[in-house]
Design a protein around this ligand. Structure first.
Ligand code: SF4
Length: 404
């Protein structure tokens, strides 16, 4: 850290272990082995020690993999290290969990160290579909684990769902949504199944075991949007929905657009939006620790080795396990920030983009914005540019126009 720069306020930590590899998964994770998890824990402690001076986290996110797979002793080692280096006390501290690995004693430990948000990978409440996806949990475990989280005092819980799962019908999707809404979580993320190369699900698709019904997938997405609104959620990103309790958010520098809906019909960001992810979409800096994690700090993007033993080797020698490091030209980075931010319903207020990217969207991307507006994919006024309902469905294609 240079003498003048403020420490980074966002921290991502990747936990690269799962009890069993899901059929569709292309994230870097592997089936767990006790010894390697202990070695990873010790290496992560070293990485935290190296980076701690440049961190004052307002948001922390442990993702994976399955972070909830770590045992009590491993969690305590990590959290005590964070305590020692003054990394606790974040406004939002999220841990991803699998419904099969939630327990009351682990929840208590996490709460004691300031974890205040859990993101639970439900994916479906239909046993056959859970089986098809290769998930290790049952529908009963979803309800049980949710009760354990609430009993432990977690008042901010995200539930992750998938739709367009092979053989899933609209009836099954509606039934799942009804049961999920009845659980009254604060946040919902929902993604269409994607077929990544080299996953068992992709191989089955290629072998003709099932086919993809694009029209049904679109209908399911529309159903998600309309039903979640009726259930009291506000969509704030293509796949993310949150409740709004009207509480303004305290960090005006980065999170000023999170808060109660403002007048004028302009979408704002609901108070239970995931602040950590909003920071990504708004182009904020973050440190990324753990195997395969990427970070973006002061114009430099880094990526750690996607190889847990190699990650451990490097840290055991006292150095960070960085595979690649790239300094992005400012205009290229600004284009990326523009593209990410368009995934959000709020789009880009021009002044907000200028603060985030140091470029004027109206000057650098004027014709691209007009092109999207003429196509009906975007709306533009004196202050803001945002994708329309139709544009959000084609956000990836729209975003391409901004990449330089
Ligand atoms: S639990 Fe998550 S990270 Fe692990 S294999 Fe399944 S989808 Fe991938």
């Amino acid at each position: 850290m240079s003498a003048t720069s403020a420490p980074v306020t966002s921290l991502y930590i990747h936990v690269p272990f799962c009890a069993h590899k899901c059929e569709y998964c292309a994230f870097y994770s592997e089936a767990s082995s006790g010894e390697l998890i202990n070695r990873y824990t010790a290496a992560l402690v070293k990485e935290l020690e190296i980076v701690a001076d440049d961190l004052k986290p307002k948001t922390i996110f442990f993702g994976g993999g399955t972070p909830s797979l770590l045992n009590l002793r491993q969690w305590e080692t990590i959290l005590r290290t964070m305590e020692k280096f003054n990394l606790l006390g974040a406004e939002e501290f999220t841990i991803e969990s699998n419904p099969a690995t939630v327990s009351a004693d682990k929840c208590k430990l996490l709460r004691d160290f300031g974890v205040n948000r859990i993101s639970m990978g439900v994916q479906s409440l239909d046993e056959k579909l859970l089986d098809r996806l290769g998930r290790i949990h049952s529908r009963e475990q979803v309800f049980k684990s949710f009760d354990i989280l609430r009993a432990a005092g977690f008042a901010n819980v995200n539930l992750d769902l998938m739709f367009a799962i092979p053989t899933q019908t609209m009836e099954i999707w509606r039934a799942t949504l009804d049961e999920i809404f009845a659980m009254q979580s604060e946040h919902l993320s929902s993604y269409e199944v994607i077929y990544e190369d080299d996953t068992p699900l992709f191989e089955k698709l290629k072998a003709g075991e099932f086919s993809v019904d694009e029209e049904l997938a679109c209908d399911m997405y529309e159903e998600l949007i309309s039903r979640s609104a009726k259930a009291g959620f506000r969509q704030y990103e293509i796949a993310n929905f949150a409740r709004d309790n009207g509480t303004p958010v305290s960090d005006p520098a980065r999170l000023e657009i999170i808060g109660p809906s403002r007048g004028g019909g302009r979408p704002s960001i609901p108070s239970f939006a995931c602040k950590h992810n909003v920071n990504y979409w708004r182009g904020g800096d973050y440190h990324g620790l753990g195997p395969s994690a990427t970070g973006y700090v002061r114009g430099v993007r880094t990526r750690n080795w996607s190889n847990t033993p190699l990650y451990c080797d490097q840290l055991e020698k006292g150095k960070r396990a960085i595979e690649s490091s790239e300094e992005l030209p400012p205009l290229k980075r600004a284009g990326e920030i523009a593209a990410f931010g368009l995934r959000m319903n709020a789009g880009w207020p021009f002044a907000e983009f200028q603060r985030a990217a140091n470029f004027d969207l109206r000057k650098e991307w004027d014709s691209e914005m007009n092109q999207l507006a003429e196509r009906g994919w975007a709306a533009r006024d004196a202050e803001t540019f945002q994708l329309t309902h139709e544009g959000l469905r084609f956000a990836d294609a729209a975003a391409e126009l901004f990449l330089r």
